[in-house]
Ligand binder design. Structure first.
Ligand code: BDR
Ligand code: CA
Length: 313
């Protein structure tokens, strides 16, 4: 049985790896890519989404979305991590296709209503598009099959501030709406994604299996893993966004817990995700006011990476 998904993304080196998986996996039906600013500006995100599908020889609908956060001022894109072009500043071929006329939020609402109960939304960037879709049609909460979000952190700490993960930090107001909307949601955060390291040898195998797309994945990986080497002392990179798909297709590789999530929207800890396990009494009611969701607590990193490499080689 195939799993129909809409993949919401800000490509981005690790986003491109994950898009390649969504395109390649025989059991994933990729209905469309919706794009957001984040790792790059919105136009670059859309170009990269089109490019990755074209290099894989596929024509996938791409709908452009959020250019900025809902409330806060946009931070400059992290060119030192993903490159100014989002793909490690390697030379890239021109893109042939263009984005559809519908916005990302319109595309999500239309698709979910056309196939109630079937579609999984996988979001691996700042969450403005999902927040906008909820604003357009709040009833989609009862019509999606599930929502998988790469973002946040339960006990791992943050990656852009000591407490905040990048996708949450980039648009905490959108994240708060999406994580507390009351739909079946799983958060795949740093506690799981930072257990996974894609090594240069893994990338060799992927490059060998992915043709022209493989060259872009490997070239951009070089730039991205320089960042990991310099700042985190890792030989390789964390394939954050691919982990959301790994959870979807191979949930047995993760451990999870259920509970209440909140996102700090302002102030010193903006973007921090706070998790209160279901049924655990804490002082005061405020920790357990949000709907119950599922969060990943850890992952079998070597097995997740094995699945990524197998899918792409
Ligand atoms: C997340 O932030 C982005 O830079 C990556 O693409 C990933 O979605 C990791 O914190
Ligand atoms: Ca991303």
């Amino acid at each position: 049985m195939t799993t129909p998904i809409i993949f919401d993304t800000d490509p981005g080196v690790d986003d491109a790896q994950a898009i390649a998986i969504a395109l390649a996996h025989p059991d994933i039906e990729l209905l469309g890519l919706t794009t957001t600013y984040g790792n790059v500006d919105i136009d670059t995100a859309t170009t990269n989404a089109l490019l990755v599908s074209e290099l894989a020889g596929q024509q996938i609908p791409v709908a452009q979305g959020a250019a900025a956060p809902l409330v806060k001022t946009k931070h400059p894109a992290p060119a030192h991590i993903h490159g100014a072009n989002g793909l490690g500043d390697i030379a890239l071929p021109a893109v042939q296709g263009k984005a559809m006329s519908s916005s990302a939020a319109e595309f999500i609402v239309e698709q979910v209503n056309a196939r109630p109960g079937e579609i999984t939304l996988v979001a691996v960037g700042p969450l403005g598009n999902l927040a906008a879709a909820l604003q357009l049609d709040p009833a989609i909460t009862g019509k999606v099959k599930q929502v998988v979000v790469m973002g946040g952190s339960i006990k791992e700490g943050g990656n852009v501030t000591p407490v905040a993960e990048a996708n949450m930090f980039n648009d905490p107001h959108a994240a708060s709406r999406v994580l507390t909307a009351g739909w079946p949601l799983t958060l795949v955060g740093l506690d799981a994604t930072q257990r996974c390291v894609l090594s240069p040898a893994d990338m060799e195998k992927i490059a060998a299996g992915q043709g022209r797309l493989g060259e872009v994945l490997q070239g951009s990986y070089g730039f991205y893993s320089d960042f990991y080497r310099e700042f985190l002392g890792i030989d390789g990179c964390c394939p954050h966004d691919s982990c959301a798909l790994a959870w979807l297709m191979r949930p047995e590789l993760f451990t999870t817990a259920r509970g209440h999530l909140s996102v700090e929207t302002d102030g010193f800890a903006e973007g921090q995700t706070i998790f209160a396990p279901e049924g655990r009494p804490f002082l005061g009611e405020r920790w357990s006011q949000t709907p119950v969701v599922e969060v990943c607590l850890t992952a079998q990193g070597d097995k997740v990476v094995e699945w990524i490499v197998e899918t792409l080689s």
